[in-house]
Design a protein around this ligand. Structure first.
Ligand SMILES: [Zn+2]
Length: 171
């Protein structure tokens, strides 16, 4: 995974920007869905079982058909889809699992070399779903990710605390 922080912050910001004020509560409450797909590591189907196009698509269509809960299901779909998309940019996901067991990937990077040359890569396609993806070894959160999480968590605690004060003032 890019890291927990990126998976949380990117869709959260997008939803806050696009969402209506009455959706904010669900945008916050459903936030854990943004990292939930990674529990497929434990099923040894990492980047496949919960990293496909079908789960967000199902959530989206449920939202379309249940008008009353549309916002909730759309938010859930965005959290799932954003995780899948971000992982596509970070190695790939088995996008059409279990129908087509190849990893869809996008590789897009821009780098400045030591000789001041701009190096850019843009590549996409399918690659094989190899054994070492299945258990998802490696970082759960890299150092930058952990630092960012602490930062966001502190903001969350502060927001909760401030809300409480605010409510008291209104009593
Ligand atoms: Zn993932």
């Amino acid at each position: 995974m890019p890291n927990w922080a990126i998976h949380l912050i990117v869709p959260f910001l997008a939803l806050i920007m696009v969402g209506r004020k009455k959706d904010y509560k669900y945008i916050l409450l459903l936030l854990p869905l943004a990292v939930l797909p990674d529990i497929d590591t434990f099923a040894a189907e990492h980047r496949a079982l919960l990293h496909n196009i079908f789960i967000p698509a199902i959530l989206f269509f449920i939202g379309l058909s249940i008008k009353k809960m549309r916002g909730i299901f759309f938010i859930a779909a965005v959290y799932f889809a954003s995780h899948v998309i971000l992982d596509m940019f970070d190695g790939g996901v088995v996008l059409f699992y279990p129908v087509y067991n190849q990893m869809a990937f996008i590789d897009a990077s821009i780098e400045m070399s030591k000789t001041n040359q701009l190096l850019w890569i843009f590549d996409y396609g399918f690659s094989s779903y190899s054994e070492n993806w299945k258990t998802g070894y490696g970082y759960i959160s890299d150092s930058v990710g952990t630092g960012s999480l602490v930062f966001v968590l502190a903001a969350g605690i502060w927001a909760a605390y401030r809300n409480r004060i605010f409510e008291k003032e209104n009593e």
